[in-house]
Design a protein around this ligand. Structure first.
Ligand SMILES: [Zn+2]
Length: 388
């Protein structure tokens, strides 16, 4: 048995106008100060006002949202009592909005108590709309929530299937001015979703189709979006679509080890999610090559590479990812992230521990041992091709 769930997706220029058709009285907008400062919340507010909504804006979310921020949002939402929650931001904002939503409807729960095993009974009070302002995390199309515990410098993945947004408004005009570094970081996240979703041990024919198409689109359009930005609206629109497509693709099949390693490293050394995950992707493809050779060959063919039999196609795909990182001027090693070797080696046992415990390790095609995870970290620090 497998599941395939997706939000209602509204894509294209003027997709934001869909908000004017919304029925309800009070809308609680969750965002961050930067997104608000860029003027991206105003058009959402205007359209909701046209539909007759009273609005409250909570903009205290930061990148890598913390449990305390979610609790603060929960206090404010309880005072406002909305019937719609509208998340306007990147993955951090959308994830935080999902958690705030749970605490609004289930004040008895702690953010870390949100689990796929526990029925929540959401949607008695409010529903969730996500308006992504980056082209990457796909959070608008998944139920996962990643929160950060700043005291333990650790990321924690929680979430319930009920957390899937009801509506995703994917409007390319929102991402037109995305800065190049953010384009590269979030674009590499989207690519990691497409690749890891396609080789996930839980994959199904629906997720396969979406992940393959997303990988193909991202390889074509991410370098253009990075290089030309707002000058290339076609690349922007294709990347925005592909990120949501990959999000729907992984919604029920999860991702793999590049995410586990990336979560662990990103939280300890404060790296953006997509940069950390994208860095590990080529090493993880090489590590998994024998366990998922045929599926990596499909991906290699989808992006226009020749895919010979055996593990060679996986190694060619890994090289293509390294070339892409190069074109995007992204780090290809942990050392290149300016993390000193001593600090890294001192933290290595904790990094290995967290990566092994990460739920994303569960769906990786090759189950790693503790030693293999430690090796992967060391190889990625030094930039050595994986030979074990
Ligand atoms: Zn990701």
């Amino acid at each position: 048995m497998w599941f395939f769930k997706t939000p209602e997706i509204v894509f294209g220029e003027e997709a934001l106008a869909y908000l004017e058709r919304l029925e309800g009285r009070r809308a609680f907008i969750v965002t961050d100060a930067q997104v608000r400062g860029l003027g991206l919340v105003r058009p959402v507010e205007e359209r909701l006002r046209r539909a007759g909504f009273e609005i409250d804006v909570f903009d205290a979310i930061t990148p890598n949202p913390t449990i305390d921020q979610v609790r603060a949002g929960a206090d404010e939402i309880r005072a406002f009592q909305p019937d719609w929650i509208v998340a306007v931001g990147g993955g951090s904002v959308i994830d935080a909005a999902k958690a705030i939503w749970v605490l609004f409807e289930r004040p008895d729960l702690d953010p870390l108590g949100i689990s796929p095993m526990e029925p929540l009974g959401l949607r008695r009070r409010a529903r969730l709309i996500a308006v992504p302002t980056t082209s990457g995390t796909g959070s608008e199309a998944t139920w996962a929530i990643v929160l950060t515990d700043p005291r333990a410098r650790r990321k924690l993945a929680v979430g319930s299937r009920e957390n899937l947004p009801d509506i995703a408004i994917v409007d390319p005009s929102v991402v037109l001015q995305l800065p190049p570094r953010l384009t590269a970081d979030t674009g590499m996240d989207a690519l990691s979703h497409a690749v890891e979703g396609y080789v996930s041990t839980w994959h199904n024919p629906f997720s396969d189709a979406l992940c393959l198409q997303a990988a193909r689109t991202i390889f074509t359009y991410l370098p253009r979006a990075y290089q030309h930005g707002a000058e290339d609206p076609e690349a922007r629109a294709q990347m925005h679509l592909a990120a949501t497509m990959a999000g729907v693709g992984i919604g029920d099949v999860l991702v793999g080890l590049a995410h586990s390693l990336g979560h662990a490293l990103g939280a300890r050394f404060d790296l953006p999610h997509g940069r950390a995950v994208g860095l590990f992707l080529p090493y993880v493809i090489e590590f998994n090559a024998r366990s998922a050779a045929g599926r990596y060959a499909d991906l290699a063919r989808a992006i226009g590479l020749e895919a010979p039999d055996g593990t060679e196609a996986a190694f060619r795909l890994a090289r293509a990812v390294l070339d892409l990182l190069d074109r995007l001027e992204q780090p290809q090693t942990i050392a290149a992230c300016e993390i000193p070797r001593d600090d890294f080696e001192a933290d290595l046992p904790t990094l290995v521990e967290y990566a092994l415990e990460d739920p994303c390790t569960l769906t990786n095609p090759r189950a790693p041992t503790r030693e293999e995870v430690a090796h992967l970290f060391m190889y990625a620090f030094e930039g050595r091709p994986v030979d074990f």
